[in-house]
Design a protein around this ligand. Structure first.
Ligand SMILES: NC(=O)c1ccc[n+]([C@@H]2O[C@H](COP(=O)([O-])OP(=O)(O)OC[C@H]3O[C@@H](n4cnc5c(N)ncnc54)[C@H](OP(=O)(O)O)[C@@H]3O)[C@@H](O)[C@H]2O)c1
Length: 429
């Protein structure tokens, strides 16, 4: 057993920070045995010293300025748990790495935007920058991609990686209530980020899929190329109609690699109810990784919360305590290249919903425009009238997304169309 402890400083004592202190305290002996040395909290820091917290922290040394931790000689690892893609989190990490301190973070926004630059910095300084907790909470997907599946040529990864959206969609279906009501309830329960667009707008999922794609495909992280669509336009009609057809709606993050390049998408999709993803309820996350030799593999677990997230942070700390200094993205950061990014054009079926004027010839006009773009209808249903108008649901045969979006654009401009059309891809996972 190594006599010297690994001295860590924790910056940020919110949900995750307190979870980490609790985890390291509760499982102290087990962690010491497995890490081969003690992992000792040598300093803690948050914004407000006098804030009432769930744990008594008086036995730990309080440091008021987070940058002090980054400079302090006795600290081996800085654990950044403040959040946010820019300062202070960014300068704390930057400074820590420049001072040859390892860094562990759960900050997906920061990794998605600055991960490449920070990984290079870590590599130059010969220290670790670990971020297992940044993707899918307690699911060890970073390690799976960096280690367990590292010899596979990975062609596809997708997942439900935002628990809040999955919770909202599941609650809408279970309670037959509209998006706005369930969204408000989720906000009141504290499930939604302060900036809701991060969750329901799909940005959080986009941060995560960009990190997963970089790890899976060995490419340089490229958040700006993720095509993002959130769940705000999903209404109860879509959920119940999908259900009647044997589907559920899930917000998926999808990344594909082909000879043309890499595509990264976040969008709501219809998935078969009986598929693994269709059965995923509440805040649970699931990720599928497909490699050329291993084929499809699935990973499921809690995607957020103090315990699962702390579990990933502590595993990153144990790695450092053991002396495993690995590249942040599974291969030398300085050798990671920007891949050609392409828009996904895999052909698939789509669910469409229109609100149309209820006049003779309306449906023929709609079918005419779809036909003009080579889109054929698998089945069509008209729902009960809403005043002068009637919702019309269509499921198409497989079609290219580019044709579909062009047709939708044209349909949305004609006078028979009374609200923005809704289109949702059907993924037969
Ligand atoms: N919550 C989850 O389930 C979860 C899951 C996966 C990843 N993450 C990621 O983990 C990170 C932390 O999330 P969280 O939910 O724990 O956030 P949180 O509850 O909002 O806590 C943030 C902490 O940062 C501290 N802080 C804010 N500004 C600071 C400053 N200038 N200097 C020092 N400390 C400062 C706050 O201090 P005060 O307490 O004094 O206000 C608070 O303790 C984020 O990157 C998040 O995306 C969270």
């Amino acid at each position: 057993m190594e006599k010297n402890p690994l001295n860590i400083g924790i910056v940020g004592l919110g949900t995750v920070g307190i979870g980490v202190v609790d985890f390291l305290t509760t499982n102290k002996d087990l962690i010491t045995l497995r890490a081969g040395r003690e992992i000792r909290i040598s300093g803690i820091c948050a914004k407000r010293k006098n804030k009432k917290r769930e744990l008594n922290l008086s036995r730990f040394r309080w440091i008021s300025d987070p940058l002090t931790l980054s400079n302090e000689q006795g600290i081996d690892v800085v654990v950044e748990l403040i959040g946010g893609q820019n300062d202070p989190a960014k300068s704390i990490i930057e400074k820590s790495l420049l001072n040859k301190k390892h860094v562990v973070t759960a900050n997906k926004a920061l990794i998605a935007h600055h991960g490449h630059y920070l990984a290079i910095l870590a590599e130059e300084q010969k220290v670790s920058l670990n971020f297992e907790a940044a993707v899918a909470g307690g699911i060890p997907i970073v390690k799976i991609l960096k280690e367990s599946l590292s010899g596979n040529d990975i062609s596809r990864v997708y997942g439900v990686i935002n628990g809040t959206c999955n919770y909202i969609l599941t609650q809408m279906e279970n309670h037959e209530q509209d998006y706005s009501k369930i969204f408000r309830d989720a906000q009141n329960l504290g499930f939604v980020e302060k900036d809701p667009s991060l969750d329901v707008g799909g940005i959080d999922s986009a941060h995560k899929i960009s990190i997963i794609a970089a790890l899976a495909f060995g490419s340089r992280i490229n958040f700006d190329n993720v095509k993002i669509k959130g769940i705000e336009s999903i209404s109860l009609i879509d959920i119940t109609s999908a259900s009647a057809m044997g589907y559920r709606i899930k917000l998926l993050g999808l990344a594909n690699k082909s000879t043309a390049g890499i595509s990264q998408v976040v969008e709501p999709c219809l998935v078969p109810k009986e598929s693994l993803f269709g059965k995923l309820d509440g805040g649970t996350n699931m990720v599928m990784v497909e490699g050329n030799f291993v084929e499809k593999t699935h990973y499921i677990g809690l995607g957020a919360g103090a315990g699962p997230t702390a579990s990933s942070i502590v595993s990153d700390l144990i790695d450092i305590a053991r002396g495993n200094i690995s590249s942040s993205f599974g291969q030398r950061a300085s050798e990671l290249e920007i891949s050609q990014h392409v828009s996904e054009d895999l052909s698939s079926s789509f669910y469409l919903r229109f609100l149309l004027t209820d006049k003779p010839g309306t449906l023929a006009k709609l079918a005419g425009i779809l036909g003009k773009y080579g889109i054929s209808i698998n089945h069509m249903r008209q729902l009960r009238h809403q005043g002068e108008n009637a919702p019309v649901l269509i499921v198409t045969h497989p079609t290219a997304k580019i044709s579909l979006t062009s047709a939708i654009k044209e349909i949305s401009k004609i006078e028979i169309c009374k609200s923005d059309p809704v289109y949702i891809r059907i993924e037969d996972l």
